[in-house]
Design a protein around this ligand. Structure first.
Ligand code: FES
Length: 152
């Protein structure tokens, strides 16, 4: 679907700004928003481009640079830290061969930190795309990554 049609499915209301940005980012296989996307949204909602840009840079779920097909967000808030998130970080970095903020050369994964995912009862936790995983250990992390690799 072309981007204009995608945007036009939303009411022309400024409180739809984040929802529209989400939709555009989700539709991009590299998981980011282009300058053209921002201009399109600004025009559609009759907002200054700077305001759209501010929203995109304020929320960590948006990116202005290309990322992997799957975004891995490892929780680095205190409860997950105490439950051993550091060992998950080591496993993720070793398994993926990248550091936080980087994308694997095959374009499959980007690794990021996030603050609390709201599932502290099953800490340590991470999220891949829209799926939350809890009660993790390094071995489970490797299994999960293998599943995504198999699925492509
Ligand atoms: S601190 Fe990690 S999910 Fe809440």
């Amino acid at each position: 679907m072309d981007k204009l049609k995608m945007v036009q499915r939303f009411p022309r209301s400024r409180d739809r700004l984040l929802a529209i940005l989400h939709e555009l980012q989700r539709a991009n296989p590299r998981n980011y928003l282009t300058g053209e996307d921002l201009r399109l949204v600004a025009q559609y909602l009759d907002l200054p481009l700077s305001q759209v840009h501010d929203a995109v840079t304020f929320y960590s779920m948006f990116s202005l640079v290309p990322r992997g097909r799957h975004i891995i967000r490892l929780c680095d808030s205190p409860p997950c830290h105490l439950a051993g998130a550091w060992s998950l970080l080591a496993a993720l970095q070793e398994e993926l061969g990248i550091r936080v903020g980087e994308t694997t050369p095959d374009g499959l994964f980007t690794l990021e930190f996030t603050s609390c995912l709201g599932v502290c009862g099953v800490a340590p936790a991470m999220m891949i795309d829209d799926q939350v995983y809890g009660n993790l250990n390094p071995e489970r992390v490797r299994e999960i990554l293998a599943g995504y690799r198999e699925a492509g």
